[in-house]
Design a protein around this ligand. Structure first.
Ligand code: ASP
Ligand code: MG
Length: 410
């Protein structure tokens, strides 16, 4: 008997009909003899609506109240789903995150999972029930409801799968899998049969829709994830350790698996930062203290004892980051920070690029041929990222998709 954890996104439970469709799928999984746990997101735009509602009541809603409020979205979908499954003659029970044993720290709004106590889930499974768990939420040691961050029902599902030692975690939404690029930007993007954890982590951090923390956890606990559509039957994409992916064995192949694009980027430059040991720490520590995460960092070569430091932040953090940067500049005697928020990141992603020549130059050439200026560049072992104007993101993604032949079967 296999143990399967399924996760259904908000669009898969958008209305009563959709909930019945998901209920049928879960009941089928149970009928096929699987011990089945399903984690659900809130119905379609519920979370956004709740956030907007709170915004009408208060400019700065109390974080504790906010988390209780947001957790109700997932309670609605998971209770309705349990009812639908029971009405099909399959025994089911819904559990809140707290009841399901998701223990977190106290970081309201983006709490981190401390541990998963699976005893209640296991008890219910032992009684032959399907267990439906409200995603995106947990409980702190002081018994306050917490939420795990936007899109984090994926993380709930992977954490439960890891803690239960599930055979597989299946993530269902309205997309058919992971693609070589965002099909909205690149119409001839293709579905990938499989993707390695590291590659997926880069894709998730750089725009593809899977919460990056969920991939990190899946990688640490080695939980294979099948991403597929809840609306259409199809093979989906298996995200896994990636062994055996590269047949026939050989080094001469296209290492680029996908093009990732992310428009949520702003850039800040602090000019004339005095050159001395520790000046970089003095720049970035205050940003960390303000809870702003920094991504691409570029420092130019110092002339006349000072250097310009540029970095990117998420666009949602931009106005706060500029304020912090202004204070940093005053403290260090640097120039007035310059901000630009109309930027996007476009990346080529794939394992094996680092030790194969020519990927960066081919990327720069393709962007040049498409007359797209590159503002900043960053690389990892399996990714090369260029910052370009937001308005060029579609052109850039399409140009790279063709340049790396992702429009053809590999
Ligand atoms: N409902 C939450 C959100 O919209 C969590 C999720 O969908 O995964 O962010
Ligand atoms: Mg989601």
């Amino acid at each position: 008997m296999a143990l399967i954890v399924q996760k259904y996104g908000g669009s898969s439970v958008a209305d009563a009909g959709a909930i019945r469709n998901v209920a049928r799928r879960i009941a089928d999984s149970r009928a096929a003899g699987n011990r089945t746990v399903a984690v659900v997101s809130a119905m379609s735009d519920t979370t956004d609506e709740l956030i907007a509602l709170a915004g009408q009541i208060s400019d700065s809603p109390d974080p504790r109240e906010m988390d209780v409020l947001l957790s109700t979205g997932e309670l609605v979908s998971c209770t309705l789903l349990a009812m639908a499954i029971r009405s099909m003659g399959t025994d089911a029970i819904s559990l809140s995150g707290a009841q399901a044993g998701i223990r977190t720290d106290t970081g309201h709004g983006k709490a981190r999972i401390a541990m998963v106590d699976t005893s209640r889930i296991s008890e219910e499974l032992d009684q032959g029930k399907v267990v439906i768990v409200a995603g995106f939420q947990g409980v702190s040691d002081d018994m306050n409801v917490t939420t795990l961050g936007r899109g984090a029902s994926d993380l709930s599902a992977v954490a439960i799968a890891a803690a239960l030692g599930a055979d597989r975690c299946e993530v269902y939404s309205d997309v058919e899998g992971i693609f070589t690029a965002d099909p909205r930007l690149v119409p001839d993007a293709r579905r990938l049969d499989e993707v390695g954890f590291e590659e997926m982590l880069e894709m998730a951090s750089y725009g593809a829709k899977m919460a990056p923390r969920s991939i990190e956890m899946a990688m640490v606990y080695d939980v294979p994830i099948l991403v597929a559509s809840s609306l259409r039957e199809g093979p989906g994409t298996l995200i896994h350790k990636g062994e055996g992916m590269k047949f026939p064995v050989g080094e001469i192949r296209n290492h680029v698996r996908s093009i990732a694009a992310d428009s949520n980027v702003a850039k800040i430059t602090i000019p004339g930062v005095p050159e001395r040991t520790g000046s970089q720490a003095s720049v970035f520590e205050p940003l960390t203290e303000a809870g702003i995460s920094v991504d691409v960092i570029v420092q130019n070569v110092a002339v006349d004892g000072s250097a310009d430091i540029s970095f990117t932040v998420e666009r949602t953090d931009f106005s706060r980051a500029i304020q912090v940067a202004e204070q940093i500049a005053r403290d260090l005697g640097a120039g007035v920070p310059i901000g630009a928020d109309g930027l996007a990141k476009v990346s080529i992603v794939g394992t094996g690029m680092q030790n194969a020549p020519g990927y960066a130059s081919r990327m720069f050439r393709a962007l040049a041929d498409a007359e797209i200026a590159i503002e900043m560049i960053s690389t990892s072992e399996i990714r090369i990222t260029c910052l370009v104007a937001d308005t060029k993101i579609g052109d850039a993604a399409r140009a790279l998709h063709v340049a790396f032949q992702l429009d053809r079967p590999s």
